[in-house]
Design a protein around this ligand. Structure first.
Ligand code: COS
Length: 390
């Protein structure tokens, strides 16, 4: 399973980006991860460096400021970043799959030049804003409104749980233009955070991924020019869902990175720590945990790579990769919480201590089962795709 379809090996180009991301993560991210987790500050300096490395626009063609690589390159790099720190991974994932991908798919040339180029090159930060205080999994019930007045839409409403909300320069936001039409009344807009009427509201105090700042956003008579509407009026829900399919592959890769970090630490600890005169890894209670962790990790990887290939095929066939993306996210995120939980148990007291990153993996893993569609939503999507029943 490789990009060139020749078995389970990676191409030289894929090995190269994997190594570049691994080296960068080891050197630049791992040493600061605990500090940023504690403070909750946004790690802008490392994000800028990641931009310079091409990590903020991996799949964006070079003429739009990106690295011009494919989905497999993206998931490989993201996994390595998340192995060092899931917060950096969230920021990378939002920029790449929730922001850039929507622009690439639906943006006009002018929108790409204005919004995509600076985000793909890492100069600016992008965000995606769908959720509202009273609309989460049931995304089409949003209350925010956009009303057309001349050549501008007037945007009003409150959005919540926006990753990057406190710092984003540009935001892809979804609002109702025709409330009577249900999901077909949703439209999508590109927001410039420097314009009046855009307000960064309550920052969320979070359990995990604490350095990937998250907040509410309030729109008070924000004037969005018609030329900054992404896609057609009423096409917003479809755009939001298409982009989330890509996003879910990213979150699956994040989950894989966390699971691997938890697993590798556990193997090392099981080989060192002794109890009752033996290495703890010699006890079945520990070794079976390690076996289950490893098996789930490798199964997650296969599902993620399958989803990455399905997404590549979509570029030529137009066939949706919803099923593959949801299966990868469901399985990898449950693998992350499984592995992080097992790692805490294997490390016991030390797993509960802030002296090691294990407790951070445990806190960071949980969000992967929640954001960009809960595990329950993924199961619903998968079952609907397979049975056709609703
Ligand atoms: N890609 C493209 N189009 C899609 C799609 C996808 N993945 N999923 C749904 N659509 C389209 C459908 O084809 C349908 O189109 P038509 O208007 O042509 O019929 C339309 O969207 C509505 O689809 P559906 O009836 O399935 O919508 P539901 O309201 O039942 O919602 C779920 C579907 C629950 C799957 C969706 O709302 C969802 O994913 N919710 C979770 C949202 C989420 O992840 N939030 C987190 C935000 S980021 S932190």
């Amino acid at each position: 399973m490789s990009a060139n379809g020749q078995g389970f090996t990676l191409s030289d180009e894929h090995k190269m980006i994997q190594k570049a991301a691994r080296d960068f993560a080891e050197k630049e991210i791992k040493p600061i991860a605990a500090e940023f987790d504690e403070s909750g500050d946004f790690p802008i300096e490392t994000i800028k460096k990641m931009g310079a490395m091409g990590f903020m626009g991996i799949e964006v063609p070079e003429e739009y400021g990106g690295a011009g690589m494919d989905t497999l390159a993206y998931v490989l790099a993201l996994e390595e970043i998340c192995k060092a720190d899931a917060s950096h991974g969230t920021i990378m994932s939002v920029n790449n799959s929730l922001f850039n991908y929507g622009l690439l798919m639906y943006g006009t040339e002018e929108q790409k030049q204005t919004f995509l180029v600076p985000v793909a090159s890492g100069e600016k930060i992008g965000a995606y804003s769908l959720t509202e205080p009273m609309s989460g999994s049931d995304a089409s019930t949003m209350r925010s409104r956009a009303v057309l007045e001349g050549d501008e839409y007037i945007l009003n409403g409150r959005k919540s749980w926006v990753s990057g909300g406190p710092v984003a320069d540009f935001v892809v936001v979804f609002m109702m233009t025709n409330p009577e039409a249900g999901h077909r009344g949703v439209s999508c807009f590109l927001i410039d955070a420097t314009l009046p009427g855009f307000i960064r509201a309550k920052k969320e105090p979070k359990m995990g991924i604490r350095a990937s700042a998250t907040s509410e956003l309030v729109f008070e008579n924000y004037r969005c020019p018609v030329k900054n509407r992404l896609g057609e009026e009423g096409e917003g829900f479809k755009i939001g869902m298409t982009v989330l399919d890509a996003g879910r592959i990213g979150i699956a890769s994040q989950a894989l990175g966390i699971a691997e970090a938890a697993y590798e630490a556990s193997v090392e600890y099981a080989k060192e720590r002794e109890a009752f005169g033996k290495k703890i890894g010699q006890f079945q209670g520990i070794s079976f945990k390690l076996a289950d962790m490893k098996t789930r990790i490798e199964a997650s990887r296969l599902l993620i790579h399958q989803a990455a290939f399905a997404k590549e095929r979509f570029k030529t066939s137009g066939e949706r990769f919803t099923l593959e993306a949801s299966m990868a996210k469901l399985f990898a995120s449950e693998t992350a919480t499984f592995c992080a939980d097992a790692a805490v148990q294997i490390h016991a007291g030390m797993g509960y201590s802030k002296e090691l990153p294990i407790e951070r993996y445990y806190r960071d893993a949980k969000i992967t089962e929640i954001y960009e569609g809960t595990s329950e939503i993924q199961r619903m999507v998968i079952a609907r795709m397979e049975t056709g029943l609703r």
